[in-house]
Design a protein around this ligand. Sequence first.
Ligand code: NDP
Ligand code: 2IT
Length: 446
Amino acid sequence: MSAYIQSVLAQVKAKNPAEPEFHQAVQEVAESLELVLQKHPEYQSAKILERMVEPERVVMFRVPWMDDQEEIHINRGFRIQMNSAIGPYKGGLRFHPSVTLGILKFLAFEQVFKNSLTSLPMGGGKGGSDFDPKGKSDHEVMRFCQSFMTELYRHIGADVDVPAGDIGVGGREIGFLYGQYKRLTKEFTGVLTGKGLNWGGSLIRPEATGYGVVYFAEEMLKTKGQSFAGKKVAVSGFGNVAWGAVLKVNELGGKVVTLSGPDGFIYDKDGVSGEKVDYMLELRASANDRIKDYADKFKVEFHPGKRSWSMKVDVALPCATQNELDANDAKELVKNGCVCVCEGANMPTTLDGVKVFHDAGILYSPGKASNAGGVATSGLEMSQNSMRLPWSKEEVDRRLHEIMRNIHHACVETADRFGVPGNYVVGANIAGFLKVANAMLDQGLV
Ligand code: NDP
Ligand code: 2IT
């Protein structure tokens, strides 16, 4: 690592103590950028990287709400407006008890590169709360969302910052948030994405992240003359992203044999298909956070307290959360003959885990490239809102597919150009960086 990159990382750690996920995300990008900084010293002299690791703005606020027993709760709300060089801030909201400022900063930082890769005009942001939706009634979730938006509304806007869903935030929450935004501003505008179909949402947005992951993995497999047909696939999580991925793997002739939750994982040797895929939606909506219910209902193996990565599979799609696949899991996958790991979640693989995949020479793609289909389709929702015209399912899916192919091409082409063929991490980081960095140079000292 160059002395320059070392000093940037040291500064990030010193200025942002106790934010290990943010340090991890910055380190992964900074290491990739060495290759570009050697060739283009202008980025270093303009301190582009130092600027990119500092959010343009951070909003942190109190969210008071009352539960059904009339007890008062106080949660913390956040919005990180990371970078607006190429468009309005864009990125999801996460409601999960593990949410901290550092986790949202890592997610916002990743989002900047991801959104750049989509080729759509979107800057990067992320937000959320440490609110735990588990076990809450619809009314409690609504009151929480209304309180959250009562502060957030003054910081966002269709041309300013456009939030969407992430862990714990799906169609129901976006509805409550949108209703409150409208009451406060009197505006019916595309200020959130992932909206309901009757009020400005886009077809395919719910499926988009998972579909995009599988489109991307399909392109990766093609580089080795392979396809999903007949492949065994391990998926982790059972939420929105996992669901979309399972649907598309089935369509392409693969078989998903695992799903996971915080309680462990299930192994379904016959494959997660048909009514079992629909059951994933029920599980997610129940907010019980238990994958064991699937094992009980469909009489399949349940492995308590374990992750999806110990079984023999050809492809792995981590779709749950950050750092859910470490070096030991990676070794296990490689040992069992896995040929492709394509991330649906954001930063699910630890830095050590990534190294295992690279050393083994198997196909590996970072989430910022392979899960960009969700935010890309959010971008398509914004376009439809601006035009006030909805596109058909086929039209949105065609555009999504094309965007994923283009991102794949950009990763492969950039990795080749910088002398590290097949390295999707370097390809994604450099391709994402260049567009944003050049925009920042054009716009002066911003
Ligand atoms: P959901 O809330 O629909 O599902 C999340 C899944 O991950 C659930 O199974 C959840 O179980 C599990 N999970 C969450 N946190 C943890 C944790 N700390 N430990 C173990 N399991 C956990 O979220 P999504 O499917 O939307 O998001 C999944 C991943 O995909 C996240 O990394 C997200 O950032 C990323 N992503 C999402 C996009 C989207 O459009 N929704 C787009 C791109 C990326 P539980 O809640 O019980 O912990
Ligand atoms: O991580 C992500 O890209 C998302 N949660 C989707 C963000 C969006 O604005 O659609």
